[in-house]
Each structure stands twice: as C-alpha cells, then as structure tokens.
Design a protein around this ligand. Sequence first.
Ligand code: PLP
Length: 438
Amino acid sequence: VNTSGKPDISREKSASLYEKAKSYFPGGVNSPVRAFKSVYGTPLFIEKGDGSHLWDADGNEFIDFCCSWGPLILGHNNARIKDKVIETIQHGMSFGAPTALENELAELILKNNKFIEKIRFVSSGTEAVMSAIRLARGVTKRDKVLKFEGCYHGHSDSLLVKAGSGLVTFGETSSAGIPKAFAEETIVVSLNDREALKTAFEEFKDQIAAVIIEPVPANNGLLLQEKEYLQFLRDICTQNGTLLIFDEVISGFRLGFEGAAGYYQIKPDIITYGKIIGGGLPVGAYGASAEIMDHISPVGSVYQAGTLSGNPVAMAAGIAQLSELLRMGFYRDLNNKTEEFVESIRRFAAARSYKFKVFSIGSIFWFAFTDKAAVRTAEEIDPASMEKFKKMHRELLNRGIYLGPSGYEVGFISAAHNKIDLEKAKRAIFESLDLVFK
Ligand code: PLP
C-alpha cells in the first residue's frame, strides 16, 4: 500500500510491454536484475536517455543514478560519443579483420595506464574475466582459483560459485547447470579475512592459479576494503607464485583513469575491464604485462577469440568516451561532486539518527540501512534491511529518481549530473528517508 501521499507513477505502457516481453523472454527480461523482483511494481521500459535523465514508455522522467549499471560515466547520449559512432558506422559495422580503431583505443589506454603493457578486447565483462582466468591457469599451469564471497565476476561457470560452510571451502555452485567438478576448482573465502587466505594457501599449496577480487567490491553493496588488505593479497600471491587478478569491470576508468590499481597503487598481474571502456557499447578487455599476455593465442597456447571482438563501432565509442576522461580535472570534478552529494545525505541521516549510511568511493555510492561505520564483508549485510530499500526505491521513483532496482546495487554519478539534478535528488532522498523511517 502506498502511504506516501505521492501517487505511484503510471506504468500502463511499461506493464503492457512487460506482459509481451514475458512471452518472449524468460521472466520478460534479457538480464535478471532488470525484472524489478526486489522492488515494487513491474520494470520500467526505457524509451530514451539524455544527459543525466531517463524517460520511460509512459513518459515519466527520472534523474538516473543507475547509468546503465556503470558504463555511462558521461551520461546518456553524449554528443561526442554519438558523433564518433555515427561517423564510424558510415564505413560499415564489422569486418572480422583488424582496424586502426583497435590500435587507437589500445594506445589511449596503454599510454595512460602503467599497470598493463598489452591488452585484448572482448565483448563483455564476463568474457574478459573468463579469459583472464584461463590465462592465469595457462601461465601457472595450475587449476584452482580463489574468489571472495560478495564479489561478482560475471556468469562464467568457474565463478558462479558461493561459499559453502567453513572458513575455507570449495565453493557450491550458485546456479544450476554447473558441474560440481567445476565448483571444486574454485575456493571461496570471506573478504577482509587474512587467516582464511593463509589457510587456503597452506591447504592448496602450489595449486592456486589465481586470486580474483573486485578491488572495490561493488556488486553486493559497496564493500570497501582497506589498502593494507589489498597489499596483503598482493604479497601472499607473489609469495605463492599465484597471479592476482583485479576485476575492474566497475572500478576501471571509474575511480580514475587507472582504476583501482591506480587508486591504491597496487599492481595486480592481470586486470579485467568492461562497462566504461565501451562508452555504452559492448566492450570488455583484459590486460597484463607483455610477458603474461604473450601466452595468448596466436603467439601463445591459451586460446581466446571473438567474432565481434574489437568491433569498430564499439571501439569508436570507447575512444570517444575515454578521451573525455583524460581531460584535466575530469575525475577531480566528478569525485568532488559525488562527495558533496553523499556528505549532505549522510548529515541529514545522522541528524535524525536514522539507521542509514552512505558508503562511497570516487563516483560510486551505496545506500545502506545499517548503523555500522564500515561494511567490509557480504556477511555483515542484514538481508532484512532490504525491505527498507524496497520502500525507498518506490518513493524515489515517485519523485523522479531512478536507482538500480535492488538494495545490493550501487549507484553512479556521471559528468552529466548537474547541481540542479543533485539538489532535486537530495530533496527526494530526504523525503523518502523520512517516510521509510516514520
Ligand atoms: N565483473 C564485475 C566486477 C562486474 O560488475 C560485472 C558486471 O556487472 C562483470 C564482471 C560482468 O560483466 P558483464 O555484465 O559485462 O558480462
């Protein structure tokens, strides 16, 4: 029941499109979280986006803090990206042969990122991570991979694995359709637990090919890690001949041009990218030292390929977007703007003693219904607190604010969010919090 005094937004057209979609796609969607299962109502079908704003099929207008789940660091429909894509598309869509645009995007990245020497473009974050894992296994000639509870790395078989019971466990599959034997090659431990990691390395001595982490875990809340812990990971991997993979599909080009590696000044062995790198088109990538990357086919023995890898139109979008990020002061302005925004929400909630925190880094933020000063592990999130998020999400939609439809998801601020947007969003957030806690 809506008790907010604001009528729910109209969803007639979205609801009718959703009915049709359900007959075409499982659950009516092409990616599960879009189904709005964790919040009220049916999914909104989006018609257009411009700058920081979104419009749905019913003509409702929103300030968007989902930003396509991260890629749109310049906002929707950025003129420079659009122009570059249109210019490129005049010459064809795909050739399955090398183009100068691939060189151009690679050069832009490698010249401005001291953590990798060579890169390979793929078409999604999942593909980037899957390939990075294969590369690590090929280089080390070991099979096991260690991941952390609360980190998401896409939907490849080895990584759809969650912790079993016990300190160091073989994973249990978190999806049907994954052979048990695959999950047995994946070890899962809690974040921020040094002992568990030491135990894993003792128990599986000389067997762990890679430790993979989101250095800024942002798929299960925002579980910010301390630099010392990430450095500990670096050291224990080096000591054990294990490769450290930073999955920077979210943090890459978001925290700064050099992502989390640059932010923490820690050099992983392999880095994966996605989202921002493609300017809104499907691009992923993985990079490492030339020595490691030369294990990949056709020079090396680790096979990886893609019909649409390095697609010229997608490369063009990436070039246009990343060029903007290299402008002086880009990240300083974006991060300051975010800090001001989240700080005023924190002050509001603190003044009213609401059990509510905003965790943030760079231009990523997470609304957490908790009184903990820090949340570093998945286990510290109370699932019951998601009921509050659900209410807040509805109140925000009714006030023209669009967040990802789950309380475990983070929000993003783009360069297109201006003062007016952020003031309006703050007012809506304050009103919504008052209703949630009334
Ligand atoms: N790795 C991380 C850290 C992600 O956040 C995601 C997606 O959200 C992926 C990998 C998978 O990327 P994609 O959805 O492009 O396959």
